[in-house]
Design a protein around this ligand. Structure first.
Ligand code: MN
Length: 238
């Protein structure tokens, strides 16, 4: 049994290539996975309601339910596009939801898992926005709006931010920042740090531990694997 780590699929429409391939991948992994770590931004937009889910996400939710039924424990680390995972993830899928990431034990070793959007301590503006978006009042407001409206607002906000970020298309891992972040975690006793968010894969073994940045499920189709005490990255080629 292996552990699988996936991040940044930014799923939107079941007919998209990356969405389709994620379903194929999960089906092939079914029954062989102990822990499935969904490391954030799996969804382009998610907010959890008690009795409703967004229609485009029905196929992936069903695939996750089948993974769960086949014995996988699902751990959801929230991203900057998918948070307030809510009752569907916590109850229906019995996921362990970690809003900010944090500690996780595998085979008696402590690893640190996080989406990666908090790796930069200088990014104060983003941290404030993040706190507001995740605050209780905003969660209540979103719960009061009809799901069709939240979906529409989120798609509109995302089209605005895509426009403003159109110039910085290249994807890179801020390696030094990630190493500094990992060093702090290693000093706290963690033996591995796994993050997503940067859409570029990175795997380094430093004296104290392993650093894994997952890449994405859009261009790289990269994901992390842990088995028999070792971490590595793989790239999915169907
Ligand atoms: Mn992200």
């Amino acid at each position: 049994m292996r552990d699988i780590f996936i991040a940044d699929a930014h799923l939107l429409d079941p007919t998209d290539e990356n969405y389709r391939l994620l379903l194929v991948f999960l089906e092939a992994q079914r029954g062989q996975v102990r822990n499935l770590f969904l490391m954030g931004d799996i969804f382009e937009f998610w907010v959890g309601y008690r009795h409703a889910v967004f229609a485009p996400y029905v196929p992936i939710l069903e695939a996750l339910r089948q993974m769960r039924e086949a014995g996988a424990q699902i751990i959801y680390v929230e991203g900057n596009h998918d948070f307030h995972m809510g009752p569907y993830f916590e109850q229906t899928l019995s996921c362990q939801v970690l809003p900010d990431g944090g500690a996780f034990q595998i085979d008696g070793r402590r690893i640190y898992i996080a989406h990666g959007d908090l790796v930069n301590p200088q990014d104060k503006g983003y941290r404030l926005l993040r706190r507001v978006l995740r605050s209780a009042p905003l969660r209540w407001l979103m719960a009061l709006l009809p799901p069709d409206w939240t979906w529409g607002i989120a798609r509109w906000a995302s089209s605005l931010s895509n426009k403003s970020h159109a110039t910085k298309q290249e994807r890179w891992v801020p390696r030094q920042m990630l190493l500094a972040h990992a060093k702090e975690r290693f000093d706290e006793g963690y033996s591995a740090v796994v993050t997503g968010h940067f859409h570029a894969p990175l795997h380094e073994v430093k004296g104290q531990g392993t650093i894994l940045a997952l890449g994405d499920w859009i261009d790289q189709y990269s994901y992390g694997v842990y088995e028999d005490g070792k971490f590595w990255l793989e790239s999915y080629k169907p």
